[in-house]
Design a protein around this ligand. Structure first.
Ligand code: GLU
Length: 411
């Protein structure tokens, strides 16, 4: 397994040399400001106590409170959470919202828990991190295998301990308790806006054909939004299989199949291929929307797409990244491509602070403006430094974080 944190450090070192980042700043970006490790006891349905290990990494808060999701997954680790927290700091900087970066995680396969056990774990996590989170210090949100329902339990737990309503402590909440319109699909929606900018730059024909890897919240919503915008989804994969239909898959029908069976595999409206064949499909655009390192040196050369939109965090290993750059593929990096989620989280917090809620169309208009602006600001850096888009995005982000640190006298 690739070490995501090592990958982050390698990118940071590259940027340091390109922009001649001062050692005083660089050294403070080598480690998160704080990582809390917690052990959460949960009484299981069989009456036995099971202990779950969790983390909350707070990477950098020079630009605003730490911000980032909580992941429930069996592969969560100290290094993964640290890397994800660093990427969050870069992400909030790239889109220019006044937040820093953090991330949480619990080592668990939530699909093995009953609803009661899951609620108990979610409340237990909030109790464990209570002292270091808050609307003005560190604001969690959903991530892989966590959802609005879990955010609702966590919010309730936090407010019970605090003894008052503080909806801004967590984002991605259900609408009835202070969630924002459009937050549930905002990661994908932001992905669409940058995809449209990238298609313009590459002068690609629209509609395009698309392959999507991963069919969770981000992947499913992206497929749905792309289809609504006239594009053709020709292949979708998840951890159990890949389904292909060159005429275009019916996204909602495929989703119903996944709801029923737990996977896209065995879907009738498609031809089925092994997981490894996903990349060989002749699509114009590839959207990785699953976990880290799914595109590696073993499969990168099989990619036919001219454009990749990284909806997942860290889906491409550094070796694969080099191969893709050589092949002339434009990779829109995760810290921009999936920043629509945290951007609408920021809107959610603003609405919570005001106690006044915006209409969906207003949220989307503001999101589009931010995503398109960030894309074009990165493009300017890309031309200026003659680098790929990922490096350009890192440059923009690190410069912004460095300026905030200097302003605070931290340099
Ligand atoms: N988990 C999402 C991400 O990785 C959203 C984070 C947030 O809204 O704070 O960007």
């Amino acid at each position: 397994m690739e070490n995501a944190y090592k990958n982050f450090l390698a990118s940071l070192a590259l940027v340091k040399n390109l922009i001649q980042l001062e050692d005083n700043i660089y050294n403070q970006l080598l480690e998160p400001k704080r990582v809390l490790e917690v052990n959460i006891p949960v009484k299981m349905d069989n009456g036995k106590i099971r202990i779950f290990k969790g983390f909350r990494a707070q990477f950098n808060d020079a630009r605003g409170p730490f911000k980032g999701g909580i992941r429930f997954h069996p592969n969560v680790s100290y290094d993964e959470v640290r890397a994800l927290s660093a990427w969050m700091a870069l992400k909030t900087a790239v889109v220019g919202i006044p937040l820093g970066g953090g991330k949480g995680g619990v080592i668990v396969d939530p699909r093995e828990l009953s609803e009661r056990e899951l609620e108990s774990l979610s409340r237990g996590y909030m109790q464990a991190v209570y002292k270091i989170v808050g609307p003005e210090s560190d604001i969690p949100a959903p991530d892989v295998y966590t959802d609005p329902r879990i955010m609702g339990w966590m919010l309730d737990e936090y407010e019970k301990i605090a003894g008052k309503h503080l909806p801004g402590v967590i984002t991605g909440k259900p609408l009835d308790i202070g969630g924002s319109a459009a937050r549930s699909y905002s990661t994908a929606q932001g992905g669409l806006y940058v995809l449209e900018e990238a298609m313009k730059k590459l002068q690609m024909k629209s509609p395009a054909t698309v392959t999507i890897q991963g069919f969770g919240n981000a992947g499913y919503n992206m497929a749905k939004i792309l289809q609504k915008n006239g594009h053709k989804i020709i292949a979708v994969s998840d951890s159990r299989g890949t389904v292909v239909n060159c005429m275009g898959l019916d996204v909602d029908d495929l989703y119903r199949h996944k709801q029923k069976t737990g996977s896209v595999a065995n879907y009738m409206g498609a031809e089925e291929l092994g997981f490894a064949h996903c990349f060989e499909q002749e699509a114009d655009i590839l959207v990785p929307a699953a976990l880290e390192n799914s595109i590696h040196k073993g499969n990168a050369r099989e990619i036919k797409a001219k454009l990749i939109i990284e909806l997942a965090n860290g889906p491409i290993t550094p070796e694969a990244d080099e191969i893709l750059v050589d092949m002339g593929v434009l990779v829109v990096p995760d810290i921009l491509a999936n920043a629509g989620g945290v951007t609408v989280s920021y809107f959610e917090q603003v609405q919570n602070a005001y106690g006044y809620y915006w209409e969906e169309k207003d949220v989307l208009q503001k999101l589009k403006r931010i995503m398109s602006l960030a894309f074009n600001e990165i493009w300017v850096k890309k031309e200026e430094y003659k680098v790929d888009m990922r490096t350009a995005a890192y440059i923009l982000a690190v410069e912004r974080i460095a300026r905030a640190m200097e302003d605070r006298g931290m340099a």
